[in-house]
Structure formats: C-alpha cells, structure tokens
Design a protein around this ligand. Structure first.
Ligand code: BTN
Length: 273
C-alpha cells in the first residue's frame, strides 16, 4: 500500500498553538542538511538563539554517538537539533533530561511504552527507535558580562525513526533498530510528534533546572536496565552485574558478578550488544 506523505515538516504547523516557554521559540526547517547539529552549532554562537530548533527532512552527514553514522531516508524521521545555552545543568544531566523527554514523546498511552537504555538510547519493544547526540562548545564570552561567564553552549541532536519499514533497515540493523510505525502497525504523524517533542523537552528542561531529582526519578522509571543484568565494556574490558542504580555524573551503578559495587561513567563505557 502506497503511503501518502501528508506530514512534511512545516515550521508554521509545528509552531501553531505550541505552548512552550523556551524550546521552539524559533523553528527552522531545512529540506536537506549535512548534520542538523552543525547548523545548530552555527546559530548557537548567538546566545539569543537559546531554544532554537533546526529540523531537516534529510541529512547527508548525520552522526550518532561514539563516531557512528546516523542514516535515514528523506522524510522518514524526526531529525532535529536544539540550541541550549546553559549555566545550570551539567552535560550529563542534560543528556538524561533529553532521554526522558524523548521517551515520553514516543511512548504514549495506547502505544508501547518507550524505555531508555543507558545513557540515552530510546527503545521500543527492545529495539532502538531514537537516539540523542549532545555536543558542547564554550561560548566566546565577553569578559565584561560576568553573569555569562559560566554559560556553555549545547546542541542536543535528536533522531527519531518514524516511517521506516522493517525492510528499510539492513539485515544486521533489523535485529536492533525499529521505527514508531513498525512497532505500532500504523502511520505516525511527524508534525504531531515534533510538537510533542518540543513540549516535552520544554517541560523536562524546566523540571531539571528546578529539581533535578525528579528527572533522575523519571529516568529510573523508564530505564530498561535498572533491576536487570547488564554487560558493559569499560575502557575495553567487559563487566557484568546487576544494575542497581544510575548517578547523573558517575553513570551506571552495577553490583558486579565478581563482587563489589562499581560505577561506570558514560565517557569510558559502552553497553555490550
Ligand atoms: C545515537 O548515536 O544514538 C545518537 C543519534 C543522534 C542522531 C541525530 S539526527 C539529528 C542530529 N543530527 C545529527 O547529525 N545527529 C543527531
């Protein structure tokens, strides 16, 4: 059955009745870009652009975490980057906050619950449906503006698989990746999803600024690993244990099979497949 493309991203439609305070005050939609994170990083030079969102229908150089590529067909996904000028939240907490916001956008009542696989892969029925790439730069800050000195520029890049069919993924990827449509057996509306995403980010970023414990509590509730056995690689060495917690700065906390409790930070660890 041919699918009608009725959900091409349109900035006015995304903005219509968008009740956000910070995220999406400015929205730009590109037909094609290299990586939306690169475009957003250019806009981030101006701190007035806090909350600006770049969407694109196609990326020619989309990238994922740990040097991976992020591939998607035209108009099949939500591909966006958000400029965040922060002087309060750490990168680690921002990353967890974005994960909670994206998981809540995807996992709606009546649909399968989206879960978070540490640090910020979003999973539907055990397969990855979305990813987040948080990048940062230091602002070239005017020394006269003391209150700005601690500001840091972040670009939160978010990719959500929406319309991909199972066959759109390579044989290898089919085992580990999915899309919203493939899991729901229906066709999602990317404009609605984009709106929900911005509302969810706006909400959770505000929560994080006021009470970070609430974000961590929600992250724990959405975690696919908490309370389960996890195997991960830390500096190349394999560790297995029961996941007993998450600390925003120190990472995943495991009760190791070999005895003892150990924390694994995001900079040095990767979840073993
Ligand atoms: C991951 O590896 O899980 C992170 C994937 C992030 C992909 C998104 S798509 C929009 C933005 N632009 C990019 O180049 N990457 C992010």
């Amino acid at each position: 059955m041919a699918r009608q493309r009725t959900d091409l991203l349109d900035p006015d439609e995304i903005k219509a009745n968008l009740k956000t305070k910070r995220i999406g005050r400015k929205i730009l939609v590109y037909d094609s870009t290299s990586s939306t994170n690169d475009i957003a990083a250019e806009y981030a030079r101006n701190k007035q652009n806090d909350g600006l969102v770049i969407f694109t229908e196609k990326q020619t150089a989309g990238r994922g975490r740990v040097g991976n590529k992020w591939l998607s067909g035209r108009a099949d996904s939500i591909l966006c980057s958000i400029v965040l000028i922060e002087n309060k939240l750490s990168a680690e907490l921002l990353s967890l906050t974005c994960a909670v916001a994206v998981a809540e956008t995807i996992g709606r009542p009546g649909r399968s619950r989206a879960k978070i696989k540490w640090p910020n892969d979003i999973m539907l029925n055990g397969k990855k449906v979305a990813g987040i790439l948080l990048e940062s730069k230091s602002l070239p800050i005017s020394k006269s503006k003391i209150e700005n000195r601690k500001s840091k520029i972040y670009v939160a890049g978010i990719g959500i698989n929406c319309h991909q069919k199972k066959e759109s993924f390579s044989d290898e990827l089919q085992q580990i990746a999915t899309s919203i449509d493939a899991e729901s057996h229906s066709i999602s509306d990317r404009i609605l999803l984009a709106k929900r995403l911005l509302v969810s980010l706006d909400h959770w970023l505000e929560v994080a600024a006021n009470n970070s414990e609430k974000v961590i509590y929600r992250w724990r509730e959405l975690s696919i690993q908490l309370g389960h056995r996890v195997t991960l690689l830390f500096n190349g060495a394999k560790f297995t244990g029961h996941c007993i917690g998450i600390d925003p700065e120190k990472g995943l906390i495991l009760q190791l099979d070999t005895g003892g409790i150990r924390m694994f930070d995001v900079a040095h660890s990767a979840i073993a497949k």
